[in-house]
Design a protein around this ligand. Structure first.
Ligand SMILES: Cc1ncc(COP(=O)(O)O)c(C=O)c1O
Length: 282
């Protein structure tokens, strides 16, 4: 199931061609995107997603259509989604730098997509993960902004290759590590660990994406009396913690039960509490 809207709010046939072959997004992955969960017609964390889209465009030095246009397109998709049969959808906002040699006019769209069975399974059954090195030092983002480490660009081929490597090793997910052995993020998720009543995640300054789901979880956790911390932590902390989760907009907060073939603490009650906290935002 797909519902596709242009930025003027027009609904178009999702099977019809939309981009020119010489669009830089098509030829070079030169563009940005966001993926937003819409549950019962309400987009979750729309403001933070649009903020991040703007931040990504800034890092990419590309023009971005106005916020109004994204909101209009998102609403058009929501208004045309078959809510009776599919109560949740993944809403993609995509923007490319436009055609090669053009005047820099960006091309964008909003598309609603059905949530895959694999994602739903990860929500309920939890995941196994492997740690894979990303090959960057955690301070490279500041030294080398051209690596675009904290932007959500369309160039996800490396992230998808890492997911295939996980699959080849018999795991569901990846946890990337930096050259100093500290934990970074998943290819499409933020890593959160619990140490007692403290939730901990890696700082975006280590060259990771600032997660909107992690942000929502921490917001609710703080209100409920948890301590939250955004700080670097070593890979060993994954094995010593009281729980590890991978958070992302559509998969939500999935519990990790196995890392590199070793079972880790994955308490069902704690997982239920973490999920209640996250859901209490909505
Ligand atoms: C690399 C990366 N890190 C983290 C996340 C989690 O971000 P969010 O919670 O905003 O979906 C994503 C989402 O797809 C991602 O691609």
């Amino acid at each position: 199931m797909r519902v596709l809207a242009l930025l003027d709010g027009t609904i178009v046939d999702p099977r019809a061609p939309l981009f020119r072959a010489d669009d830089l997004g098509v030829m070079r992955g030169d563009g940005i995107f966001e993926t937003i969960l819409v549950a019962d017609r309400k987009p979750r964390e729309l403001g933070p997603h649009l903020d991040r889209l703007e931040r990504s465009a800034g890092l990419m030095q590309m023009r971005l259509p106005e916020r109004d246009a994204w909101e209009r397109a998102a609403q058009a998709v929501i208004d045309n989604w078959p809510w009776d049969t599919a109560p949740q959808m993944a809403l993609k906002l995509v923007c490319t730098r436009g055609v090669d040699g053009g005047d820099g006019t960006p091309n964008g769209f909003a598309m609603g997509m059905q949530i895959g069975a694999d994602t739903l399974r990860k929500r309920t059954e939890g995941v196994s993960a492997v740690t894979l090195e990303r090959g960057y030092a955690p301070d490279v983002m500041e030294r080398a902004p051209w690596l675009l480490l904290s932007a959500k660009t369309l160039s996800y081929a490396v992230n998808m290759a890492a997911m295939r490597e996980a699959e080849a090793r018999g795991a569901d997910e990846v946890i990337f590590t930096a050259t100093d052995g500290s934990v970074l993020e998943g290819p499409t998720s933020t890593v959160v660990i619990a140490q007692g009543r403290t939730l901990l995640t890696t700082p975006p300054s280590s060259g990771i994406l600032k997660g909107t789901t992690q942000g929502a979880l921490f917001r609710a956790a703080e209100k409920a009396g948890w301590k939250t911390e955004v700080a670097k932590f070593p890979t060993s902390a994954l094995f010593e913690s009281d729980g590890v989760w991978l958070a992302s907009s559509v998969r939500l907060v999935s519990q990790v039960h196995t890392i590199d073939g070793t079972e880790i603490k994955s308490d069902a009650d704690l997982h239920a509490e973490i999920n209640r906290l996250y859901e209490s935002n909505y």
